[in-house]
Design a protein around this ligand. Structure first.
Ligand SMILES: [Zn+2]
Length: 243
């Protein structure tokens, strides 16, 4: 049992070391993430605008062709009007001419709308460009800073990660799960010493009976208030010296 408690406290020491290294990075990891997200959103908007412009261009060309076809037909109808022999035929052609002219007017309006849409999209895309450039520059800068800090402590971090793996491998699965559960819920500190008869995590008084028990180092004892695992000074010393 002593070994199990010592392992848990050793793991806690390693995690505290890793947390310290993480703290050195300050806001940089969060800043980089936010910048990446903002940049991603704008790039998505940009490509949406680009495909909108492309689509509008295709539709515009199609509408152009349609208008030209109708105009050609219209000319034909007009010529035919001089050649017809009955009023009935003449009226039929007049109706066709009217319909064609209406269609041309409608398509002309559609064309205008498409051009307007494309122009707005192009303007939006244009405005987005400097924003994206600015974000890209800032991201590159912050990423560089983060890389520098990470590189500075790379060896130490690697050593700690390796140590962590070794401790975790020696612990039982249930002990590790318990440790992780408390660690994540309690600010990164799952195993704490008892100091002046109080829990080193929440400073709640530990009853004398419990202190006697935990000094035996043969049971996993938790704080009644915060749920952290409590260890004796002896465990703290042996684990610290073993590093
Ligand atoms: Zn506590």
């Amino acid at each position: 049992m002593e070994n199990r408690l010592r392992l848990l406290f050793s793991l806690q020491l390693v995690d505290a070391g890793l947390a310290e290294l993480e703290e050195l990075k300050g806001d940089l990891p969060a800043t980089v993430k936010t910048l990446q997200e903002s940049l991603g959103e704008r790039r998505t908007t940009q490509s949406e605008l680009e495909s909108l412009i492309k689509q509008a261009t295709v539709s515009r060309d199609e509408t152009d062709v349609e208008i030209m076809t109708i105009k050609e037909r219209l000319e034909k109808y007009k010529t035919q009007q001089f050649q017809v022999k009955t009023n009935k035929q003449y009226d039929a052609l007049a109706r066709e001419i009217d319909q064609s002219q209406d269609r041309i007017t409608k398509l002309g309006k559609e064309l205008e709308a498409l051009e307007g849409k494309a122009a707005i999209a192009a303007k939006d895309a244009e405005q987005l460009k400097p924003e994206i450039d600015e974000l890209e520059a800032e991201l590159a800068e912050r990423q560089k800073e983060l890389n520098a800090v990470t590189k500075e402590h790379e060896a130490e971090e690697l050593k700690l990660r390796h140590e962590r793996e070794k401790h975790v491998a020696k612990l039982s699965k249930s002990d590790y799960q318990l440790y992780e559960r408390i660690r994540k819920a309690k600010d990164g500190r799952a195993v704490v010493p008892v100091k002046r008869s109080s829990c080193g995590g929440c400073f709640n008084r530990v009853p004398p009976q419990k202190i006697l028990e935990l000094r035996k180092n043969d049971a996993l004892i938790t704080c009644e208030r915060c749920g952290r695992i409590l260890v004796s000074d002896e465990i703290v010393e042996t684990a610290t010296n073993a590093r």
